[in-house]
Design a protein around this ligand. Structure first.
Ligand code: COA
Length: 391
């Protein structure tokens, strides 16, 4: 039941990797028509992590500007969502907490459910803020998407982290109360503990996504959600950006709305600008779509925006947010543009070398090559421990 307290996203920032592989370069080696990637999948390039980057370094880079702007004092909880976990026991967020110099009087935890878990993190954060409106919860979605070389998924890799502060009286976005939910036991994408790359039934995963979208919309309506026409924009999980088009067309179709391709393309283009060049960032993907919308849309003051979050396996959620009047003063558009443009293009051989790079498992002391020019790096693996450093 609503308490009348406005809660939502107070700030949002993203970070990505040191390197980028253009799809044109990939096409040169797979023999695919570049149009398959550019038009068929809607991807131009993908972020590739340096040997000394991982989900922790990206998460710290994404979250540091939030701490710099709002201070660390009110952050009592850090929830890190990922499906490319680095440890079976220790939460990656504990390293991030340390790198950011947050207060020891905090709880830190990691969440997993494929690409969906960042949405669970946001919802759990809202609950904590309702209990203690004075606190801010740091939610971080961070992932490195990896498929086997020469598999169809190879063109849909990428990496990024999105950090959000969730709090009361947010200056960016109020999160609305009804959520539409769906959980279905389906094996469309998974990664057993002994594998570093995901297994995927590609076509089935697209169908499972669309079925989950039907499920969340039905539940959202039953929970008293807004009519579809209320929403000014729709941010979808984007494993590849054409998936947002498939999803939106599907939603309009099964709700009996007119499918106007030009209008769909114009609206979705605002949400796909970052994902097109960053690639799939799993848990971060739908929030990267949100960042893109906020950074590229004309004034959204007071407008309702739909968030459609999907994680294979599968769990999905649909909910609305409202842009707080004046939100544009708090955007980080210039920093986001720099995060994308600072990446260094690599060729196919360098990309494949990075993908083949595996961390040693013998427990010795292994300094890692200095590759990233970012603020945080994984400096070494020593005695089975990850050693991070700040520039
Ligand atoms: N010009 C324009 N479009 C082209 C093209 C060309 N020369 N060649 C192919 N295409 C189109 C295809 O028609 C298809 O479009 P459609 O889906 O609208 O029909 C699209 O490009 C992809 O081609 P397809 O043959 O289906 O690609 P694929 O077999 O290599 O696999 C995925 C595509 C998405 C299934 C694969 O990349 C994958 O498994 N990715 C990981 C899983 C994933 O992202 N799942 C999404 C839900 S979570």
């Amino acid at each position: 039941m609503s308490t009348g307290l406005a809660v939502g996203i107070h700030d949002l920032s993203f970070a990505t990797t040191e390197f980028v592989l253009p799809h044109l370069e990939l096409a040169g080696h797979t023999g695919a028509d570049p149009a398959k990637y550019h038009v068929g999948l809607g991807q131009r390039s993908m972020s590739i992590a340096a040997a000394d980057e991982d989900i922790v370094t990206m998460a710290a880079s994404a979250a540091a500007p939030l701490v710099a702007r709002w201070g660390a004092d009110r952050i009592r909880t850090v929830v890190l969502a990922t499906e490319t976990s680095i440890d079976q026991s220790k939460a990656a967020g504990v390293y991030v907490h340390s790198l950011l110099g947050l207060s020891p009087a905090a709880r830190v935890v990691e969440l997993k459910q494929a690409c969906y878990s960042a949405t669970a993190a946001v919802q759990f954060a809202l609950g904590l803020v309702h209990r203690n409106p004075g606190q801010l919860v740091l939610v971080i979605a961070t992932d490195v998407s990896r498929y086997d070389p020469d598999s169809p998924g190879e063109a849909t890799q990428g990496a990024a982290a999105v950090a959000m502060l969730v709090g009361a009286d947010p200056v960016l976005l109020r999160v609305e109360e009804p959520s539409g939910l769906s959980t279905v036991d389906v094996m469309d994408f998974w990664r057993p503990n002994y594998r570093s790359t995901a297994l995927v039934a590609g076509r089935e995963s697209v169908t499972a996504y669309l079925q989950a979208l039907e499920g969340v919309w039905k539940d959202y309506t039953e929970q008293g959600g807004r009519p579809l026409g209320d929403f000014r924009a729709f941010c979808y999980h984007q494993p590849f950006t054409k998936m947002a088009h498939k999803a939106h067309r599907h939603l309009l179709g099964f709700t009996g709305n007119v499918v106007d391709e030009d209008r769909i393309a114009a609206m979705l283009a605002l949400t796909t600008a970052y994902n097109e060049v960053v690639g799939n960032s799993y848990t971060a993907s739908v929030y990267l779509a949100l960042a893109s919308l906020l950074d590229h849309a004309d004034d959204l003051d007071g407008e309702a925006i739909a968030i459609a979050s999907y994680g294979s396996g599968s769990v999905a959620e649909f909910f609305g947010v409202t842009a707080v009047p004046g939100y544009r003063e708090h955007l980080r558009t210039e920093e986001h543009r720099r995060a994308v443009e600072r990446r260094r293009p690599i060729d196919f051989a360098a990309y494949r070398e990075l993908q083949a790079h595996a961390l040693p498992v013998d427990g010795g002391h292994h300094p890692l090559p200095r590759q990233t020019t970012g603020d945080y790096r994984l400096a070494a693996l020593s005695g089975h421990k990850r050693v991070y450093e700040r520039r």
